[in-house]
Design a protein around this ligand. Structure first.
Ligand SMILES: [Zn+2]
Ligand SMILES: [Zn+2]
Length: 445
């Protein structure tokens, strides 16, 4: 069958399923769950996949599920939708606990279901060369870290990010590329989507300054003031800012999470959270080293200690432009777009765990229009149900067809041209090697 005929059939099914796609998204919107707590949402996606007659595996990374379907033997394309919500207590639709789908991940899941329906029910998979995995993946937002630390401590997960965890567990071992859409108000809704995306990566430092308590009035000379160490460290970090190059897009954010207990006691313990973002792994490591030095210098000056727990957060994302180009072509041919509808290249200092995946395999990440208001904000709103819920489902499915049509030549071309920065083994080693706790004793000098 001609490729265009396959695409038409696929679109027809998605059109027919439109109401179900939208109502699945709206159902998930009403039960927002934070990362690694998406038990209800996972169940909901399991049922959605099962209703299409697809075999489902669950859980895949503590939570989450996937379904697979395929034609003749060939490459494997993963389509991903994220399960987790954020917290946005000011939003009028938030749950009682403040949880809210203000990043549009519920829309991604509806897109995922729509894409699966289109490909599985139209019979086009039989005509394709390869397999598609529909993956409802947990925990994209790097939040609620006390809960995740506990899961790590209990041996239930090893990484903060759901995609990282899934990778570690071997979920991506047979996957050759990833397709994903995220929601955003693209240039006030005037553009229909972004094509290629570049994001920053980040590392985190959990910092504990350790001094010695003493009466602040009678005997401050006997104390070692941990708050002074933290203040010096913040100044030291600020003194570094002129050394960060524009092109590295370094952002260092720091907060003091506990700054002492009683005002008449010299603070003996002060804790900080530091986030270091940058556009490349090298720049991230370089800035991370400098910030480490700044923290130690604070402790050194006062003669105290500092314990620093380094962790890699998410790695920088750079999408595969041949992959994104296919989505773009489909938007032109079937999505009502014209040459002026795109933001061709979108850069943000934010981060996502798809960044980790793009270090190992080609990834597409399109920001699709259809919502208004800022992400994670009280103004987040779906403006156009058709554009948000239905259109990306079609475009994802059509992109899969392009990749796996014939002898999957397009997918193979992309796989051949792609140069990974890590293998799974070197990636896991890198993540573990960079998760270290260091105790620096400034009193010894
Ligand atoms: Zn988000
Ligand atoms: Zn998001």
């Amino acid at each position: 069958m001609e490729k265009e005929e396959l695409k038409r059939r696929c679109i027809e099914v998605i059109e027919k399923r439109k109401e179900e796609i939208i109502s699945l998204g709206e159902k998930i919107y009403r039960t927002p769950e934070l990362g690694y707590k998406e038990f209800e949402t996972t169940k909901c996606m399991e049922e959605a996949f099962a209703s299409l007659g697809l075999e489902t595996v669950s859980p895949i990374a503590y939570t989450g599920c996937k379904a697979g379907a395929g034609g003749r033997k060939g490459p494997t394309v993963a389509v991903m939708g994220e399960l987790d919500s954020v917290v946005c207590p000011e939003h009028k639709d938030c749950a009682a606990n403040g949880n809210m789908h203000a990043c549009g991940h519920h829309v991604q899941l509806a897109n995922l279901y729509g894409c699966a329906a289109g490909l599985a029910e139209s019979g086009v998979l039989d005509e394709l060369c390869g397999t598609v995995e529909f993956i409802a993946i947990p925990a994209e937002e790097c939040v609620d870290l006390d809960y995740r630390d506990k899961l790590i401590e209990d041996g239930k997960i090893q990484f903060y990010g759901g995609k990282q965890e899934y990778l570690l567990r071997g979920g991506m071992d047979d996957v050759d590329m990833v397709l994903q859409c995220h929601m955003m108000e693209v240039e006030g809704g005037r553009k229909c989507c972004t094509v290629d995306t570049v994001t920053n990566g980040f590392m985190s430092k959990s910092v504990k300054f350790i001094g010695r308590s003493a009466h602040a009035g009678i005997a401050p000379h006997e104390g070692i003031n941990a708050l002074n160490m933290a203040q010096l460290a913040l100044n030291n970090i600020n003194a570094l800012r002129e050394t960060f190059r524009e092109e590295d897009k370094v952002r260092v954010s720091a907060i003091i999470t506990s700054g002492g207990d009683l005002v008449n006691v010299v603070p003996s313990v002060v804790t900080m959270q530091v986030m270091v973002r940058a556009a490349s792994v090298d720049a991230m490591e370089d800035a991370g080293r400098k910030v480490g030095r700044a923290l130690k210098a604070g402790a050194l000056a006062v003669g105290g200690k500092v314990e620093i727990h380094d962790r890699i957060g998410y790695l920088p994302l750079s999408t595969d432009s041949t992959l994104s180009g296919l989505y773009r072509e489909n938007m032109l041919a079937y999505g009502g777009a014209d040459e002026d509808s795109f933001v061709e290249h979108y850069e943000t200092a934010g981060s996502t765990d798809l960044g980790d995946m793009c270090q190992l395999l080609p990834c597409m990440h399109v920001w699709a229009s259809g919502i208004s208001g800022g992400l994670h904000s009280k103004d987040f709103k779906i403006e156009d149900y058709e554009r948000a819920y239905v259109l990306p489902a079609k475009m994802l499915a059509l992109t899969v067809i392009d990749l796996l049509y014939g002898d999957a030549g397009k997918a193979k071309e992309i796989m051949e041209a792609y140069r990974p920065k890590f293998t799974k083994e070197t990636y896991i080693k890198y993540m573990k090697d960079h998760s270290v706790v260091e105790l620096f004793d400034g009193s010894a000098i």
